[in-house]
Design a protein around this ligand. Structure first.
Ligand code: N01
Length: 532
């Protein structure tokens, strides 16, 4: 299948969850396909984010491929929430089972993709060679370009500098070390309890606190697993009908219509069982600020119950709407602040003045051996704007998106014919269970390419008008929720100079309905074989 003249029907960028399945689909259709992967290993997110405690906060039985019945029956997860290494093992198993690995060019980085308007082909240049392909598919993930903020003096630090999103493969020994961590998002919340066990001192530099729900993780309940496996496709279907595409806790119950005592006792149950699904525990938490405040307050009270020192507890209590920033799921995060070797530094009260060769200057000097940046990602667009993608008239995608990313369905972009993005901006992606959302996009792209072939179409492109209207809808829906009320990576606020635009489509079932309607109307909003 590897082409001798470097010409392919499709080039796929990235060998993570989406790239692997995309390759499998297109190869089964008889297309010649190449996958290009920057790393020397497959796995995407799960290959890069190897920090201690890395774990999927979506239950294992949901965070897995559903495209192959035999696969979903034969694979057994060891825990309710899988740890990063087990997910990586799973992805390698999938690659082995479906013979995917031999068609991936590892340690190769795409630096330029350019559409040729005469030939209607993409030329894809890497750090090693150049390829030509009819379709160029970006399977580069939503959270893959690390955010490395400007921190004064960081370059003069002489100790070990780590980033959670590019964690080294070798085990890090923190025994008796003084360690600082900057950032308190999901990655940090997962890694802090693990690192705190070994270090001499852990200094947590927090700018904004986060809401976090206990994972209540444990070994996989074999009865639950058997029940799910006995009706896996129905289970998946049911989940796809819930707003975030996840197994839901409740139906349509509203806090605004419920007795507060009952709500709090229900929250108590949810706190002990639910993880992320806590947010969907009542249908009005995402949309009604008063109901949201009831849920937020419940979590704040839990933090104050768990953390002994009330000054620290107060600092750990978020003030914004719950869910405004991505909700976190933890294993003993707040409890960790009861350890004597863990210290919380509130950057709002005392910002970092400077990082020196061996210390951080804030309210006082903190001598450190290791500095961990847990500062997140250039989310949703970073992987597409960190290289040059040139479409019609050599327009660069990063310039086209300067005022805010616009995409049609998160799948196609005007001026970029035959280019597809998997879980691109404007699709549920990060506000859904990524696994089924990825499969939905991969299936759609494969079907679309198949339809084009059957109907003698060679070039597909979304129209600007369809794209504009789609992004208006994305924002209209988001404005009905609490998601736009907070500065977050959902709207680009975490990256200096990035256009502030809310990018995920909220609501898996509505998205699916619209996608199906558009497809049934012969890909309404896309044009085929446009003359140049
Ligand atoms: O990144 P984040 P993350 N000075 O952006 C702080 C997914 N994920 O890697 O909020 C000081 O959430 C920043 O502060 P603020 C999940 O979707 C999934 O933790 O901007 N602090 C924030 O506290 C998640 O949401 C899993 O004020 C600075 C932190 O750094 C997403 O990845 C596991 C700063 C960044 O938090 C990202 O999570 C882990 C500065 N200059 C992650 N700049 C799963 O389980 C930034 N910060 C699947």
């Amino acid at each position: 299948m590897i082409s001798k003249d470097n010409k392919y029907d499709a080039v796929i960028v990235g060998a993570g969850v989406s790239g692997l399945f995309m390759f499998h689909k297109l190869r089964n259709m008889g297309l010649s396909v190449l996958v290009i992967e920057k790393s020397d290993e497959l796995g995407g997110t799960w290959n890069w984010n190897r920090y201690p405690g890395a774990r999927c906060d979506i239950p294992s039985l949901e965070y897995s491929y559903q495209f192959d019945e035999e696969l979903q029956q034969e694979w057994n997860w060891s825990e309710k929430y899988s740890a990063g290494p087990e997910i990586l093992e799973y992805l390698n198993y999938v690659a082995e089972k479906f013979d995917l690995k031999n068609y991936i060019n590892f340690e190769e980085e795409v630096i330029l993709a350019k559409f040729n308007e005469d030939s209607c082909l993409w030329s894809v240049s890497t750090n090693k060679q150049k390829y030509v392909a009819k379709f160029c598919i970006f399977a580069t993930g939503c959270l893959s370009i690390p955010n490395k903020p400007e921190i004064p003096g960081l370059e003069s630090f002489e100790g070990k500098l780590l980033h959670t999103a590019t964690w080294p493969r070798e085990e890090q020994n923190f025994t008796d070390k003084n360690v600082a961590i900057i950032g308190t998002g999901s990655s940090s919340i997962q890694t802090i309890p693990e690192i705190a066990k070994d270090v001499k001192n852990l200094y947590v530099f927090q700018r904004t606190p986060n809401y976090s729900i206990p994972s209540n993780n444990g070994p996989m309940d074999k009865d639950v697993e058997a029940q799910v496996k006995a009706r896996y496709s129905e289970f998946r279907k049911e989940n796809s009908l819930n707003g975030f595409g996840l197994a839901s806790l409740s139906d349509e119950a509203m806090i605004s219509e419920s007795d507060l005592e009952e709500v709090n006792s229900q929250f108590e149950k949810n706190w002990n069982t639910s993880g992320l699904a806590f947010f969907g525990g009542y249908a009005d938490i995402p949309v009604d600020v008063n109901s949201n405040e009831v849920a937020a307050n419940f979590v704040r009270n839990k933090i104050k119950e768990i953390v002994s020192d009330q000054e620290t507890a107060e600092k750990l209590c978020p003030k914004y709407h719950i869910g405004g920033k991505r909700l976190c799921v933890d294993t003993g995060y707040f409890q960790t602040f009861n350890r004597e070797n863990v210290h919380l530094i509130d950057l709002n009260a005392s910002p970092i003045k400077n990082v020196n060769s061996k210390n951080i200057e804030a309210d006082q000097d903190y001598e450190i051996d290791v500095l961990i940046l847990a500062t997140g990602f250039d989310a949703m667009t970073g992987a597409l704007t960190s290289l040059d993608i040139l479409g019609r008239n050599e327009v660069n995608l990063k310039d086209q998106w300067k005022e805010g990313a616009k995409s049609y369905l998160g799948l196609g972009v005007s001026n970029f014919p035959n280019l597809f993005t998997i879980t691109g901006p404007g699709s549920p992606s990060v506000l859904s269970n990524m696994m089924p959302s990825i499969e939905q996009h991969v299936n759609w792209i494969a079907d679309c390419i198949g339809w084009m072939s059957e109907n003698n179409k060679s070039v597909i492109e979304s129209t600007k008008i369809a794209e504009d209207e789609w992004m208006e809808l994305v924002n209209e829906i988001a404005d009905m929720t609490i998601f736009t009320s907070t500065q977050s990576w959902y709207n680009g606020s975490n990256i200096e100079d990035k256009a502030k635009a809310f990018l995920p489509f909220i609501g898996v079932p509505v998205y699916t309905e619209k996608l199906e309607e558009i497809t049934a109307a012969q890909y309404q909003g896309f044009i085929f074989d446009k003359s140049n």
